[in-house]
Design a protein. Structure first.
Length: 455
C-alpha cells in the first residue's frame, strides 16, 4: 500500500503546483523583461548623452583652423575638469601630432564607436573621428567606465534576481500545493476505508466550497445512496436467510425421519437422502449469510487482545491435518518466529480455518497446502498457500464477493461465502486481505496493519 507521507513526485504532479509555478514563472518573466527594458533605456540614454558631448566637441574643433588645432587640443585636455575626455590629432599614417588619444584602429568618420581600451588607456571609451581639410584626423574620446560599471551591476542584478527568485517561486508553489495534496490524501484514506466495506465513512468537507469540497460532497451523496441500496439488499437477504432457515431445518428433519421409516424402497431412501443433502447445502448458505451479517453488524472490538499468530496458524493446521490426509494432501505449517498482533483470537481462528478449508477443497490429490505466519516489513501476516488451479488475476477481487466462486470452482461444491466471511473478519480488525499467485496455485494473506510486536 502506498505511504501517506507527502513526496516530491506527488507534489510536482498536482494541478495547484503546476498552475502556481506557471503563474509565478510568467510573473518572473515579466519582471525580468521590465529590468531588461529599464537597463536598455538607461544604457541608451547615457550613450546618447555621451554622443551628444562628443559631437559637440567634434564640431567645435572642426571649426578651428588647421594651424591652431594642436594648441586648441592641448587646451581642451587641460580644460577637461572631470578628466573623462580625451583628444588627439593624428596624421593619416597614425602619427600623433597632439593630444593624448591615438587612433585605435580603422574607424568610420563622424560616427561614435565604443572600444574596450586605447593605447595608454585601460578603460572603455566612446570615440568619434573627424577629418580635417588637411587630411589629419581629430579624435575625441569620452570615458564610459561608470556606464560600463552600471551595465555590469545591472547584469549582476538580473542574474542574482533569477537565482534568488527561482527557489522562491519553487517554495511558493510547494506551499500552495501541500495543502490541497494533504486534503487529497485524506480523501484517499477515506476512499480506501469505504472500499474496504465501511460504507458509513464519509469524505471530509472543509466548508470552503472549492473543487475538492464539491467532489467530496458529490461522493458522499453517492456513498449514502449506495449504503442505502446495499443495506436494503442485505436486509432482504438476511431476512430471507433468517426466515427460511428454520422451516427448511424442519423440512430437513422431517425428511430424515421419513427416510428411517420401515418399508421404504432403497430407491426412495436414496432420493430422500439426495434431497437432505441439497437442503443441507441451502441451510449452510443461509447460516453463512447470517454469520456475515452478524460480523458486519457487530464489528466487536471488546475481545481484542494480543494474539500469537504463529500459535494460531499451527493450531488451525493441526485441526485440519486429518482432512488433508484423507485427500492425500500434504498440509504443513511454516512458522519460524513468534508473531504477535492485536485481534480477536476466535475470529482470526475462524478466518484461517476458512482459508485452509478452501485450500484443501481446491487442491488436487497429492497437492500441498502451506500455512505460514511472519513479518513483511513492519506488518504481521498469516498466509495460506496451495498448488491448486489458482485464481486468474482479473478474478481475485471478484471472488471476495458473496456467491462469486471464480471459474476454477465450477466443478467444486461450495457456497461461495467462505472468503466473504474471511473478508468480513478482516474488516472487523481493519486488516487487509491479499491474494497472489503461487505459480501454480494461490496464496492468501491476512495482513495486520496495527503495528504488531515481534516478540
Amino acid at each position: 500500500m502506498r505511504s501517506d507521507r507527502l513526496r516530491w513526485s506527488d507534489i510536482r504532479k498536482t494541478s495547484a503546483f503546476r498552475l502556481a509555478l506557471l503563474l509565478e514563472m510568467a510573473a518572473m518573466a515579466g519582471l525580468l523583461f521590465l529590468l531588461v527594458l529599464i537597463y536598455g533605456l538607461i544604457s541608451h540614454e547615457l550613450n546618447q548623452r555621451s554622443d551628444r558631448v562628443l559631437h559637440t566637441e567634434a564640431s567645435r574643433l572642426a571649426s578651428v583652423p588647421t594651424n591652431r588645432l594642436p594648441a586648441q587640443i592641448e587646451r581642451s585636455i587641460g580644460n577637461s575638469i572631470s578628466g573623462l575626455n580625451y583628444f588627439g590629432l593624428v596624421t593619416p599614417d597614425g602619427r600623433l601630432l597632439a593630444g593624448n588619444l591615438r587612433l585605435p584602429g580603422a574607424m568610420m568618420q563622424n560616427r561614435t564607436v565604443e572600444v574596450a581600451s586605447a593605447q595608454g588607456i585601460d578603460h572603455p571609451l566612446r570615440i568619434i573621428v573627424r577629418r580635417t581639410p588637411s587630411g589629419a584626423f581629430i579624435l575625441i574620446g569620452r570615458d564610459i567606465g561608470p556606464l560600463a560599471y552600471l551595465r555590469t551591476r545591472m547584469k549582476q542584478i538580473l542574474l542574482v534576481s533569477a537565482v534568488v527568485i527561482m527557489p522562491l517561486l519553487l517554495l511558493v508553489s510547494l506551499a500552495l500545493s501541500i495543502g490541497p495534496l494533504r486534503r487529497v490524501n485524506r480523501l484517499q484514506q477515506v476512499a480506501r476505508t469505504i472500499a474496504s466495506g465501511h460504507l458509513d465513512a464519509r469524505m471530509p468537507v472543509t466548508g470552503r466550497r472549492d473543487e475538492l469540497d464539491l467532489f467530496a460532497d458529490t461522493v458522499n451523496q453517492m456513498i449514502t445512496a449506495v449504503e442505502r441500496t446495499v443495506g436494503q439488499v442485505k436486509s432482504v437477504t438476511d431476512a430471507i436467510a433468517h426466515d427460511l432457515r428454520t422451516p427448511l431445518t424442519h423440512v430437513r428433519n422431517q425428511l430424515y425421519r421419513t427416510s428411517r421409516e420401515a418399508g421404504l424402497a432403497p430407491q426412495q431412501v436414496a432420493k430422500i437422502d439426495r434431497s437432505i443433502d441439497e437442503l443441507d447445502f441451502v441451510i449452510e448458505r443461509f447460516a453463512a449469510l447470517l454469520r456475515i451479517s452478524e460480523l458486519e453488524a457487530t464489528k466487536r472490538t471488546s475481545n481484542f487482545a494480543a494474539v500469537r499468530l504463529d500459535e494460531l496458524a499451527a493450531s488451525v493446521a493441526e485441526l485440519y491435518a486429518p482432512l488433508a490426509e484423507d485427500k492425500n494432501i500434504v498440509l504443513s505449517c511454516n512458522v519460524s518466529q513468534r508473531i504477535i498482533a492485536q485481534g480477536d483470537e476466535k475470529l482470526l481462528f475462524e478466518a484461517v480455518s476458512n482459508l485452509i478449508d478452501n485450500a484443501i477443497k481446491f487442491t488436487p490429490d497429492g497437492g500441498i497446502v502451506i500455512v505460514g505466519a511472519g513479518m513483511m516489513e513492519d506488518t504481521a501476516y498469516i498466509s495460506v498457500s496451495d498448488n491448486g488451479p489458482g485464481v486468474p488475476a482479473h478474478q481475485r477481487n471478484a471472488i471476495l464477493r458473496r456467491f462469486d466462486r471464480g471459474s476454477a470452482a465450477v466443478s467444486t461444491t461450495g457456497s461461495g461465502l467462505g472468503l466473504s466471511i474471511v473478508m468480513a473478519i478482516v474488516q472487523v480488525h481493519q486488516f487487509s486481505l491479499e491474494l497472489d499467485g503461487a505459480n501454480p496455485g494461490l496464496t492468501v494473506r491476512i495482513m495486520a496493519k496495527n503495528r504488531p510486536r515481534n516478540a
